[in-house]
Design a protein around this ligand. Structure first.
Ligand code: NAD
Length: 458
């Protein structure tokens, strides 16, 4: 169903772009071909630009050159294949050559957390070095990676130090994609933020995205660099706070016999609040919220500013993981030797990304207690195997459930939500479910004979 809708949306997009693409083609390099860079490169090529995606990771580039997509993202394979075939999209490990042969250079390398919470921008520094060494004419350099406030100016200075005679302009164009929806988010963004001190850079960026604007309705926010850098962190910190807020309320709901889902609906329909991100769960994870909240806090501290709400959000998220662990022990006080099925290993459904996934903390906890863990998540399994080679990985949902003493549902996957609880009851050894995503109606769980815990809906 989802795929069908996506494909028909796609044909409308393609039809419109066919016309506009002839008007706007630019030669663009994208440095860093991960979740963000690959979707960006493929999407921009679909808009009619000529794109070279570069990455230092040879295996990734080799795979892409052979038509294999190293990440799971619905719809991505199709646009990559099409644009490679039509020669608008290519891949390279030669970043120096990419710099020399493109006019606009996007940087989409990773900015992970250091131990102290600070964002590690060393990959950006090394990209600045390659750009500074190879710049050979006027370029527009655009940072896509999420970076601490002040980084765009810092990278500009690094390039200028390396190549004082060079001529370029720099901009920050934050990314707001959601993994699992990245391709449709690319074509239907809520807004496109462009931060630069150069009007020409803002105009050139707007031109790059012009085909989307022509299709109707994209809001451009053209602003200064610091504001654009701040927008990205503020957005992620706010969303993380919304999640922590509802997670905390879910605990109170339980003890006062309120249903957190009703509460979320009741407040979410207020336009000032909004319904999104009001679903309690096992705590937020992923490659963005944990690191971006910490990086924002670090930046604020370095300026002597206390961000008490963000601090509380991070603490509440850590507490949520502990709450999950307590609920599991309530269901099963003794975990040693118990067969536990963990459904969902990625940080959420429909992605293969396990970065900061709550399932990692959970599995560590279960193994420490001597439980026998079976994980099930077809998309994320291969990544999880590298972290936990010692656990069992089920080939399908049925074998994941067979003989289980406890089922723990960690992601909101449709496959799990559609689980037939009565058949499941026949498969398991003990009818116990920790429903960390509130997928199942408590009355149905009771009817099927399960004892259960959930997140705030008794
Ligand atoms: P990623 O780890 O999937 O990809 C980064 C890529 O950069 C990797 O393939 C890596 O090999 C490559 N790389 C590292 N150093 C390089 C160098 N010197 N030269 C060339 N390539 C290099 O990361 P991602 O998830 O795509 O995130 C990239 C940035 O975008 C981060 O700053 C992240 O915070 C931000 N972001 C991510 C998301 C998301 O959902 N993943 C959403 C919005 C913003």
């Amino acid at each position: 169903m989802g795929t069908k809708i996506f494909l028909s949306i796609r044909s409308i997009i393609l039809f419109s772009l066919l016309f506009f693409s002839t008007l706007y083609g630019e030669r663009i390099g994208v440095i860093g071909t991960g979740y963000v860079g690959l979707v960006l490169g493929a999407g921009l090529s679909e808009l009619g630009h000529e794109i070279v995606c570069g990455d230092v990771c040879k295996e990734k580039i080799d795979a892409l050159s052979e038509g294999k997509i190293p990440i799971y993202e619905p719809g991505l394979k199709e646009i990559v294949e099409k644009n490679v075939k039509e020669k608008r999209l290519s891949f390279t490990t030669d970043i120096a050559e990419l710099v020399k042969t493109t006019d606009i250079i996007y940087i989409a390398v990773g900015t992970p957390s250091k131990e102290n919470g600070e964002a590690d921008i060393s990959a950006l520094e090394s990209v600045a070095d390659v750009i500074g060494t190879n710049i050979n004419g006027f370029k527009t350099i655009v940072i896509k990676s999420t970076v601490p406030i002040g980084t765009t100016r810092y990278i500009e200075n690094l390039i200028r130090e390396k190549a004082p005679q060079s001529s370029f302009e720099i901009a920050f164009n934050p990314e707001f994609l959601r993994e699992g929806h990245a391709v449709s988010d690319f074509f239907f963004p809520d807004r496109i933020v462009i931060g630069s001190e150069e009007e020409t850079a803002k105009d050139r960026m707007e031109k790059v995205w012009e085909p989307l604007k022509e299709m109707g309705g994209v809001v451009f926010i053209k602003t200064d660099v610091a504001s654009s850098e701040m927008i990205k962190y503020a957005a992620n910190a706010f969303l993380a706070t919304k999640i922590s807020f509802i997670n905390e309320l879910s605990h109170l709901c339980e003890v006062v016999n309120a249903n957190v889902l009703e509460v979320a609906k009741g407040i979410g329909l207020d336009k000032r609040i909004g319904e999104e991100f009001l679903k309690p769960g096992p705590g937020y994870g992923g490659s963005c919220f944990p690191k971006d909240t910490c990086a924002l806090l670090y930046t604020a501290k370095s300026f002597g500013i206390d961000l008490k709400i963000i601090e509380a959000t991070i603490r509440a998220n850590a507490a949520q993981k502990k709450a999950l662990s307590r609920k599991i022990r309530k269901l099963s006080p003794e975990l040693k030797g118990k067969k536990i099925s963990v459904l969902g290993l990625a940080f959420k459904a429909d992605t293969d990304d396990i970065r900061s996934s709550p399932s990692i903390d959970l599995i560590e906890d279960l193994l420490k207690e001597g439980a026998e863990v079976t994980g099930y998540d077809p998309l994320a399994e291969s990544h999880m195997r590298q972290l936990f080679p010692q656990i069992t990985y089920a080939k399908n949902l049925k074998s994941a459930l067979k003989g289980a003493d406890l089922i723990i549902v960690m992601t909101e996957s449709e496959e799990f939500a559609n689980l037939d609880l009565f058949r499941t009851a026949d498969l398991v050894n003990q009818q116990q479910i920790m429903d960390a995503r509130n997928l199942f109606e408590p009355t149905l769980l009771q009817k099927a004979g399960f004892t259960y815990e959930n997140m705030g809906r008794k």
